[in-house]
Ligand binder design. Structure first.
Ligand SMILES: [Zn+2]
Length: 87
C-alpha cells in the first residue's frame, strides 16, 4: 500500500474484544431470603459498580473494574440477608 499521509495506523486497545450486554449493566437484581432485593448500580459518572440492598440498606463497592465481583457480592448478600424489603 502506498504512503498516504503523515500518520500511522495504530492499534486500538480500547476496542471491545467481546460483546457487551448493556442492558445487563444496569439491571441484575438478586432476591434475598428475607424478600428484599439486592441491586447493582453505577454512579453514572465513573461506572464503578456497587450493590445496594433494599432490605437493610447495606452497600458494597468492590472497586473499579470489578463488575463481576459486584455480582458475586450482591448474590452472597442476598443469600444471608434476612431484612424484609421496604414497600
Ligand atoms: Zn440486606
Amino acid at each position: 500500500m502506498a504512503y498516504t499521509g503523515g500518520y500511522a495506523i495504530e492499534r486500538d486497545d480500547e476496542a471491545p474484544t467481546h460483546p457487551v450486554r448493556l442492558t445487563d449493566q444496569f439491571k441484575r437484581a438478586y432476591a434475598t431470603v428475607g424478600g428484599a432485593e439486592v441491586e447493582r448500580y453505577t454512579d453514572g459518572r465513573t461506572d464503578e459498580p456497587f450493590w445496594r440492598c433494599t432490605g437493610c440498606g447495606r452497600t458494597g463497592a468492590p472497586g473499579f473494574g470489578w463488575d463481576e465481583k459486584a455480582h458475586e457480592q450482591a448474590n452472597a448478600h442476598a443469600g444471608e440477608c434476612r431484612a424484609k424489603g421496604r414497600g
